[in-house]
Design a protein around this ligand. Structure first.
Ligand SMILES: NC(=O)c1ccc[n+]([C@@H]2O[C@H](COP(=O)([O-])OP(=O)(O)OC[C@H]3O[C@@H](n4cnc5c(N)ncnc54)[C@H](O)[C@@H]3O)[C@@H](O)[C@H]2O)c1
Length: 423
């Protein structure tokens, strides 16, 4: 490996007998305009580093072109690549508790200065004041999404306080979390000891004041503006001003929700996907008023939970549901008009478009009430009839046929299948 000039304290001053992990990171700043060709060089360079790095080494990438870089590198090296330096810090905390960056050896790939790999102390690179070592995450709503978010936060080593409106709902959510953690042990994602520790880090409550100790509170309640705004209003007087409020909304304006709180700069959208323990994506959605530090902290939190955050601007439905929901809605129109039956529609999309699930199966997994709520947000926000919900979708929701969670939607589900959401 090459050694060269560094931007912070000298390499020698970084030596630490207690080194337990190494991080390889790219610290070129101002690289928005990085060409595809240049990112290929970086990928090649990282591959070389990977071949000579030890098995403990983690790779982190900072800078604006990181998504392209990580997209290219992850399929080629079988090791975890984090997207940002804050996330590297989070990774480091989880593999080296209490150690922090000062206990790490860093390798920087700095094309801007030398075109070579060189040692550099990672401690000089991240904006430490913006890095949050989240310890306690509050989750409001113990349903499909809330229990999944709580699960991945526990798995990442955070403490979780889960809140819902009744003890019965909380118990149902906690039961699913505990089952999910046991599955993590079976799949060797956690050791038995880690599972036991994760279970002890879970607390449940029906009282908003109990969330006051959380650094971040993620709301995952019903997709209605008034319900969500009510949750944040009840939390507001209980929480210190620095607490970050995040919403898992699928479609509601983050800017509007932020304005309903007394802390718009500390408000952000964190849109996880279903099933949360499996799906890699989190749409990170700043509102107009969201502070840059809030965005950084939200990205660090999502990354610490093993997710890939993608920053998206605040428009109804963001990217995911702006594209997905009209497709699902159109599939329901096809069913209503008799173009094909449910299995036929799903098979066309699976076999012809290579979708892993058909749109009607997916609607059942998401929840038909959630789909209808999202279509209504799109319809009312854009004032465009192309988003009008299909009458059959409205009728099924009125009947209480909400999909997997009620064991009946476009398909029927025995109880065990209903929990996994797969047919
Ligand atoms: N289901 C999906 O696939 C999916 C995917 C991404 C995002 N989302 C979004 O996540 C949110 C939750 O969706 P879900 O599918 O988990 O719904 P869900 O119906 O499964 O769960 C909602 C939970 O919120 C609780 N709740 C309602 N009002 C509350 C309040 N005032 N205080 C505390 N708890 C309250 C309910 O009791 C319920 O347990 C919605 O905003 C939805 O749009 C859903």
């Amino acid at each position: 490996m090459y050694r060269g000039a560094t931007r912070g304290p000298s390499w020698a001053s970084m030596r630490n007998a207690d080194l337990r992990s190494r991080n390889v990171y790219e610290n070129k700043q101002n690289n928005d305009k990085m060409s595809d060709e240049m990112s290929d060089i970086y990928v090649e360079l990282t591959r070389i580093l990977w071949r000579i790095a030890d098995s403990e080494t983690q790779f982190a990438v900072s800078g604006a072109f990181r998504a392209r870089f990580v997209g290219k590198i992850t399929p080629t090296i079988p090791r975890r690549v984090a997207h940002t330096l804050p996330s590297m810090y989070a990774l480091n905390q989880s593999c080296n508790p209490g150690g922090g960056l000062s206990g790490c050896e860093g390798v920087s790939v700095d094309g801007a200065q030398t075109g070579k790999a060189m040692y550099a102390p990672p401690v000089s690179a991240p904006r430490e004041e913006a890095i949050m070592e989240t310890k306690t995450v509050g989750v409001v709503g113990a349903g499909q999404m809330g229990h999944g978010i709580a699960h991945v936060m526990l798995r990442a080593g955070h403490h979780v306080i889960l809140l819902d409106t009744s003890q019965a709902l909380i118990d149902a959510g906690a039961k699913r979390i505990i089952k999910g953690l046991a599955r993590d042990v079976e799949k060797e994602r956690l050791t038995e000891e880690q599972r036991q520790q994760a279970v002890t880090r879970l607390k449940t409550t029906t009282v908003a004041a109990d969330l006051a100790v959380a650094e971040v509170i993620i709301e995952a309640v019903t997709e209605k503006f008034e319900v969500k705004a009510g949750v944040f209003r009840s939390l507001e007087p209980q929480c210190p001003p620095e607490t970050i409020f995040a919403s898992n909304t699928s479609s509601i304006s983050i800017t509007r929700l932020a304005a309903a709180t007394g802390r718009p700069a500390k408000f952000i959208g964190l849109h996880f996907f279903n099933p949360v323990p499996v799906m890699k994506l989190v749409e990170v959605v700043p509102g107009l008023q969201t502070a840059p530090e809030t965005v950084e902290k939200a990205i660090a939190l999502a990354t610490s939970a093993g997710k890939t955050p993608v920053r998206v601007n605040d428009f109804p439905g963001f990217v995911s549901n702006r594209v997905l929901m009209p497709m699902i809605n159109e599939a329901v129109f096809c069913l209503m008009e008799g173009v094909a039956d449910a299995a036929g529609i799903d098979n066309v999309m699976k076999l012809g478009m290579n979708h892993p699930m058909g749109p009607l199966e997916l609607a059942d997994l998401i929840g038909l009430d959630v789909c209808l709520d999202i279509m209504m947000v799109l319809y009312e926000s854009f004032h465009d009839s192309k988003y009008r919900p299909c009458p059959l979708l409205e009728k099924m929701v009125a009947a209480g046929w909400l999909g997997c969670k009620t064991q009946r939607g476009f398909y029927t589900y025995p109880r065990e299948q209903a929990e996994s959401g797969r047919r």
